[in-house]
Design a protein around this ligand. Structure first.
Ligand SMILES: [Zn+2]
Length: 485
């Protein structure tokens, strides 16, 4: 491939190239936010670790008062335990053990699983398959085998533990404790316990087998005040062949037209942004419209709807340069939207002069909004209820939890987590909404038990757990001389 001077003289859309305006200087915080949106949190963490963006001020020499020192000594010489903890969210029930010297908080849920066979005459299931199809499913499709029970139980416990444990670390906000008191990791233990008698389970949990998704609600009943036991109900769908091995995953699809509030995205979508010849800078009026659209996408009750920006150019000028021009146009639009608060980086789809005529109407970017899709391992969500969290997906607009209203664990999170903003009912990727993501505030009942049993409430903050060297899988030799990770 060669480039000569002639190449440099060629033009996109046959107009003189204009030097881009210099970028405005940005503050470090704005840079971090923009980088988080464009490159993801991992990149930001790496940059901060490398000292590229912000430097931590040197920690002042922290000297404990006699009272603080006495409390620290108590913490470091005690193992704290709490049985049947009732979080202040009005739901949940679990045991906790905190060993400060080890930096470990272990949350234990005692479960009595009761495996039930589905009822082929159940009206909800019959309606879900249609009465004419009931005969297709023999009685064995409703009946657990001993092997299925074992496999399902093992997979369910592994799944729930993987979703919930060691996602975040608590650390003391008391400066004079920081050097001595280790950050607190959270271990989750799900143990089988008897339904009655000594050491009985926190939740008696039925698991019913069905040949197909029955459409029956799965639920956890909040334990009454002072109660030491409650109940839960799961409904699991078998697969053919293979029976039931793993807990069900539910898929969700949320559209912008589903609710009046979500439809604001469509109302505020400018749809098409037009550009002058050989230019990728929108007009002032279009910038204002794009900023409003970005703000709407970023409203706290809005699902993270995916946005696609399709860039075009007219067919005049050089094809490769027109491709780049169409991409520049889409990226300029993207920067306006993200800068105004859109939670996700839009997908940029440059088309260049593909299908275009040599006319002004092709100098444009088309903006389309897709539906928000998510999937969830249902029992991961249900175990969240056992840990004391409440639902975050919105009910009907005239229901008990309309879009944009604080959810029932919001007040506790705002009280215990520094800087916590209200947690609002919305469809999103959160484990207590429609997805599988555990957020820092989902650790709030663990933080509550930690503060309560040690009498250190409001002396903690939370950050993502750092995986130490010991947490990486150790390569093993499989006998062929090749390390298997
Ligand atoms: Zn729920």
């Amino acid at each position: 491939m060669t480039h000569d001077h002639e190449e440099l003289l060629r033009r996109s859309e046959e107009a003189p190239a204009v030097a881009p305006e210099p970028a405005l200087p940005r503050s470090p915080a704005v840079t971090v936010e923009a980088l988080q949106r464009s490159a993801g949190n991992a990149a930001v963490a790496r940059m901060i670790q490398a000292g590229g963006l912000m430097r931590q001020p040197a920690a002042p020499e922290a000297v404990c008062s006699p009272a603080d020192q006495a409390k620290l000594d108590e913490l470091m010489s005690t193992t704290y335990t709490r049985e049947d903890f009732h979080p202040d969210t009005g739901a949940g029930l679990f045991d906790a053990v905190y060993a400060p010297g080890d930096g470990l908080l272990t949350i234990t849920l005692g479960i009595a699983f009761e495996f039930l066979n589905g009822d082929p005459a159940d009206p909800t299931w019959v309606a879900s398959v249609g009465p004419d199809n009931v005969a297709k499913y023999g009685p064995e499709k409703f009946a657990w085998t001993a092997e299925e029970i074992l496999n399902w139980k093992q997979n369910a416990i592994t799944t729930v533990t993987g979703i919930w444990q060691r996602q975040y670390t608590f650390f003391t906000t008391k400066a004079c404790w920081a050097d001595t008191l280790p950050p607190v990791n959270v271990n989750i233990e799900i143990v089988e316990r008897p339904a009655t008698g000594e050491g009985k389970a926190h939740f008696v949990t039925s698991v019913t087998k069905w040949p197909t998704e029955p459409g029956i609600e799965e639920s956890v009943t909040p334990p009454g005040a002072g109660a030491d036991q409650s109940t839960a109900r799961f409904h699991e769908q078998g697969s053919d062949p293979g029976g039931i091995e793993s807990p069900d995953v539910n898929d969700f699809n949320t559209t912008t037209t589903e609710r009046a509030k979500y439809n604001e995205v469509n109302t505020d979508n400018p749809g098409t942004i037009r550009f002058p010849q050989n230019a990728s800078e929108p007009s002032a009026a279009d910038k204002t419209a794009l900023q409003k659209f970005g703000q709407t996408l970023g409203k706290p009750y809005m699902p993270p709807f995916p946005v696609t920006l399709t860039g075009h150019s007219s067919s005049e000028g050089d094809e490769a340069l027109n491709m780049r021009l169409s991409e520049d146009r889409a990226r300029t639009v993207s920067n306006e939207i993200v800068g105004a608060g859109a939670p996700n980086q839009p997908a940029v789809d440059p088309k260049g002069e593909e299908g275009a005529a040599p006319t002004a109407e092709w100098r444009r970017v088309d903006i389309t909004v897709g539906s928000f899709r998510s999937s969830q391992t249902t029992i991961g969500h249900e175990f969240g209820h056992m840990f004391g969290l409440r639902d975050q997906y919105p009910t009907a607009d005239d229901g008990s939890r309309p879009v944009g209203t604080p959810v029932k664990h919001s007040a506790l999170a705002e009280r215990l987590i520094p800087g916590q903003t209200p947690i609002l009912a919305r469809d999103n990727e959160d484990i207590m909404s429609a997805g599988g993501v555990v957020k820092p505030y989902h650790y709030v009942t663990f933080l509550e038990v930690l503060g309560t049993m040690t009498d250190t409430t409001n002396q903690w903050d939370i950050r993502p757990a750092v995986q130490g060297p010991g947490d990486f899988p150790v390569p093993t030799d499989d006998g062929t001389g090749t390390a298997v990770v």
